[in-house]
Design a protein around this ligand. Structure first.
Ligand code: FES
Length: 182
């Protein structure tokens, strides 16, 4: 075998190796780059957020808090029953509402409303919230998260698609008025 042949075969293997490494590096880089850009592209992803009804105004007596469910508009084929999402709806007066995520602001356990004591209680670590969602006691550092809502054609609708959390576009931390609740 001539020296020239060996060199060209070596060169071919080297080029194939470089090409293979390039393909693998690209395949590994795609999810990393998508993750790094997710905070920028997140705005466009908000397209899945949409207004969904949690029921007619008449279903919510003034001064009371009721459990309601809505169909999450951000649905994937594997969601099954979990696409039905619960929330607590408090009708303050007239068209003035508060719609709370059921998830505790501590670690996300579902909170329950106890009208007798006027408190939302979390079964996991004893977190408690007043009727307006503000923190009463326990480990949560803040009040319950609220969905933006509006009343239209006799229906209470909320902006759903993502659970309201500090980082989500629908987040309305307790104490801040939901932008569309005016
Ligand atoms: S999850 Fe509710 S108090 Fe911890």
């Amino acid at each position: 075998m001539s020296n020239e042949n060996t060199l060209s075969r070596r060169g071919l293997f080297m080029k194939m190796g470089i090409l293979f490494n390039g393909v693998v590096a690209t395949a590994l880089a795609v999810p990393v780059v998508r993750f790094l850009l997710s905070s920028i592209t997140r705005g466009r992803a908000n397209a899945y957020l949409s207004w969904v009804s949690v029921g007619s105004v008449n279903e919510f007596p003034e001064g009371e808090t009721r459990l309601a469910t809505f169909r999450n508009p951000y649905e994937t084929p594997t969601d099954g029953k979990t696409v039905d999402t619960a929330c607590w709806v408090r009708r303050v007066a007239g068209d003035q509402f508060q719609v709370f995520a059921v998830n505790c602001a501590h670690l996300g356990c579902p909170v329950r409303w106890f009208p007798q004591s006027g408190l939302f209680m979390c079964p996991c670590h004893g977190g408690a919230y007043y009727r307006d969602g503000s923190r009463a006691s326990g480990p949560p550092e803040r009040g319950l998260f609220e969905y933006p809502y509006k009343v239209e054609n006799g229906l209470v609708t909320i902006q759903a698609g993502e659970l309201p959390t500090p980082g989500s576009p629908t987040a309305t931390l307790f104490g801040k008025k939901p932008p569309c609740a005016a």
